[in-house]
Design a protein around this ligand. Structure first.
Ligand code: SIN
Ligand code: MN
Length: 271
């Protein structure tokens, strides 16, 4: 999938692109059916919420789940990022965020590059998130909030939040957020399952808790330009990958048909 000149210009200005209903219900089915099986497993790759057993985020399913291994090579998710960077990309991080009904907790305001720079020594902000909704996203189930245009600030000062949620993150102070919002406002792309958001790694984002009765499961591919691979290996491998092999895309129908994909972590011992 190639981005048009108009999309490229909008991305430069706003730092994100939204593609409603990019994937069909038939394409999503194998992914949606796989999530409960993955979340039920006791393994380090499942990070549970602070106050409940609900899975907050599942890491690296593309290395042990057949449908997600195919999604990780989907041309609709990977090719726009290759186009934007003008070079091959590798998978820096792969996560399936739960934001489960009633239990899904907040993600504080942050830039992903803040964490990748501080923790993983990623040299530049030449990495990008591509998220796909596995559930419908509405105003009640904790949609991702973005501050348009905030990516032009580069990496902002951040503090390591080790306490408010179960997953440590470098977060941005409230004064800075208020100033950025005064300039750019807040958007929260909402739409049917199968919608996709592509956003810059310096785009400031957050999400509230999910008090609704609807899950908000979304998959995030964090794709990094190969030449920009991380230099420090402090975080566990399932959170910050060390395999910098360029992703080879499968054909566009890879969620509808079986394709051979490697599953190197399939037989990993549970936690
Ligand atoms: C993230 O920022 O990595 C996740 C935010 C969310 O899923 O709401
Ligand atoms: Mn993030």
């Amino acid at each position: 999938m190639r981005l048009s000149d108009e999309q490229l210009a909008r991305f430069d200005e706003e730092g994100y692109l939204f593609f409603p209903s990019l994937f069909s219900p038939e394409e999503l089915r194998p992914l949606v059916e796989e999530v409960p099986r993955l979340y039920a497993q006791r393994r380090v790759e499942n990070v549970r919420e602070k106050a409940s057993e609900a899975v907050r985020t599942n890491f690296a399913a593309h290395l042990y789940s057949h449908p997600f291994a195919r999604l990780a090579r989907h041309p609709r998710m990977v090719e726009p990022v290759v186009q934007l960077f003008g070079e091959p990309v590798y998978m820096h991080q792969f996560k399936i965020n739960g934001k489960m009904a009633f239990d899904g907790e907040v993600w504080q305001w942050h830039q992903d590059y803040g964490t990748w720079k501080a923790d993983d020594h990623m040299p530049e902000a030449r990495a990008m998130n591509v998220a796909i909704f596995l559930d419908d996203v509405n105003e009640f189930n904790g949609p991702l909030m973005l501050i348009p245009g905030s990516h032009v600030q580069g990496a902002l000062d951040a503090a390591h939040d080790m306490s408010t949620t179960s997953y440590p993150l470098w977060t941005i102070d409230h004064d800075t957020i208020a100033k950025l919002v005064a300039r750019g406002g807040i958007v929260a792309p909402k739409g049917p399952a199968g919608s996709m958001i592509l956003f810059h790694s310096c785009l400031v984002h957050a999400s509230t808790s999910n008090l609704s009765p609807w899950n908000r499961v979304s998959v995030y591919l964090s794709l990094c330009a190969v030449s920009n691979h991380i230099r420090r290996f402090h975080r566990p491998e399932h959170i910050a990958h060390r395999d910098f092999t360029p992703i080879a895309c499968l054909p566009d129908d890879c969620l509808l048909r079986e394709y051979d994909v490697p599953l190197p972590w399939k037989d990993r011992a549970p936690a």
